[in-house]
Write a protein that binds this ligand. Structure first.
Ligand code: FES
Ligand code: FES
Length: 212
């Protein structure tokens, strides 16, 4: 063995080797895993501070609201829409579910006097609210003038959109957006009628606005 060979293999002359890519990735992923695990599972930060787990939001909630003049106190899933509360819990199926996404107006009701799409409102937010649905519009046997106008003008075919059209029409009348047929069309444009009864629906609103 030459003196050169012995020098190159001597422990005193071996240089520290850089970690290979494989070793580096293995070691850093292990450290990262420990940090992530520590933060998320054990609920401690990297500084060792204890972190409280976020509280679970309540799944059920009690709400009191008035529907068609009748007060209801009921416990509901916090995700319940006003539409589902009306139809499935309060047994008021007159309000219709069309798109269930705020696009058709079939579910229109009055909340504190303002027309709204009930499919878009969480019922838990309506503590103390006054809701009027199509079932609450007539005065006993006497129809609301707009209900009567829909009959007079023959403003429906299948009738599925009609409760929403009438409730929206009541809102439109109260808001005073009845100066012309164009204005009525514009302010009723959120209510879709697949049967295409728009001309007669506008006439019904006009009839009511004119007090005929
Ligand atoms: S069902 Fe609410 S807007 Fe269509
Ligand atoms: S009357 Fe059928 S959708 Fe309007």
């Amino acid at each position: 063995m030459s003196s050169e060979d012995s020098e190159s293999t001597s422990p005193r002359t071996v240089q520290p080797t850089a970690p290979s890519r494989r070793t580096f990735i293995k070691s850093t992923s292990t450290v990262g895993g420990v940090l992530v695990t520590g933060a998320l599972v054990s609920g401690t930060t990297s500084l060792g501070t204890a972190v409280a787990a976020p509280a679970e939001p309540p799944k059920n909630f009690e709400v009191t609201l008035t529907v068609n003049g009748r007060r209801h106190t009921t416990t509901i899933d916090t995700r319940t829409s006003l539409l589902d509360l009306l139809r499935e819990k309060l047994e008021l199926p007159g309000t219709k579910k069309g798109c269930n996404a705020g696009a058709c107006g079939a579910c229109t009701v009055l909340v504190d006097g303002k027309r709204m799409n009930s499919c878009l409102i969480l019922a838990v937010r309506l503590e103390g609210a006054e809701v009027t649905t199509i079932e609450g519009l007539a005065d006993g046997d006497e129809l609301h003038p707009l209900q009567q106008a829909f009959i007079d003008q023959d403003a429906f075919q299948c009738g599925y959109c009609t409760p929403g059209q009438i409730m929206s029409g009541v809102g439109c009348l109260r808001e005073g957006h009845t100066g012309s047929s164009e204005e009525i069309r514009e302010w009723m444009s959120g209510n879709i009628c697949r049967c295409g009864c728009y001309v007669k629906i506008v006439r019904a609103v006009e009839q009511t606005a004119d007090g005929k």
